[in-house]
Ligand binder design. Structure first.
Ligand SMILES: [Mg+2]
Length: 242
């Protein structure tokens, strides 16, 4: 039985028709028990704005900032256990110092920055990405790099991503991987779409950067786009895992 649905926001539940979002909301709110969670690269304030813009299902928790923050609707608080865990190895000043000399890195807009995440905008080619990695490794800085949409580079604490945040929530709710559906469309969803035992959904409008994931038998690639694609995938996995 599927007990948890985790959805990326931009390009996954958002970006398609409002009627598709209505259909998903109507369906999800009638499933019990189905915990709905949004997992996004956006900051918390930005995802709240996004969720208020249409008739989305109400998430019990929001995983924001590429997994570095978890916020619960129940008490309207960020999860302090998770924040402590994330903070442990995060040294943003050292990261900034190490990357300062790289001329090809783009701007760091305030709207995309948050406590445990540095986001840099701009196109990076393979050689530049490798040089960035090498610079961080030489400085012995342990971080994860996620480059998505051919534009956003997220630098986050090592091992902290959408997947590790979801694993934390699965433990909190005592839910197993085979009881979870995860839906996404781009590279910053890769970690959660490839979690061991998880039921993945790739919406039809996914980016080429994640097209290879369609080959996995644990990932269902929807014929429909956006929210309707999520609903199609959810129903597929519910029938298989009934
Ligand atoms: Mg997306």
């Amino acid at each position: 039985m599927i007990k948890m649905l985790v959805c990326d926001f931009d390009g996954t539940i958002s970006g398609g028709s409002s009627s598709g979002i209505d259909k998903l909301n109507h369906y999800v709110t009638r499933q019990s028990p189905l915990n709905f969670i949004v997992a996004t690269g956006r900051t918390l304030s930005s995802i709240r704005d996004g969720l208020s813009g249409d008739n989305f299902p109400t998430p019990i928790s929001i995983v924001s900032d590429v997994g570095t923050r978890i916020h619960h609707a129940e008490n309207n608080q960020s999860d302090s256990h998770w924040s402590k865990h994330v903070e442990r190895n995060w040294q943003p000043e050292q990261v900034q110092e190490a990357i300062r000399s790289l001329p090809f890195l783009g701007k760091q807009s305030n709207q995309h920055q948050s406590r445990y995440k540095i986001t840099i905008e701009g196109q990076l080619d393979f050689a530049e990405y490798q040089e960035l990695k090498a610079v961080l490794e030489t400085a012995k800085i342990k971080v994860d790099l996620t480059y998505s949409h051919n534009w956003f580079l997220d630098i986050t604490p090592k091992g902290v991503c959408k997947a590790s945040a979801i694993r934390f929530l699965m433990n909190k709710h005592n839910i197993k991987a085979e009881e979870v559906c995860v839906a996404g469309d781009s590279a910053n969803d890769s970690t959660m779409l490839t979690m061991e035992g998880i039921n993945g959904i790739l919406v039809a409008n996914h980016y080429p950067e994640v097209a290879h994931l369609s080959d996995s038998k644990s990932i269902y690639t929807s014929k429909a786009t956006h929210a309707e694609g999520v609903l199609e995938g959810l129903i597929h996995w519910q029938q298989l895992r009934a």
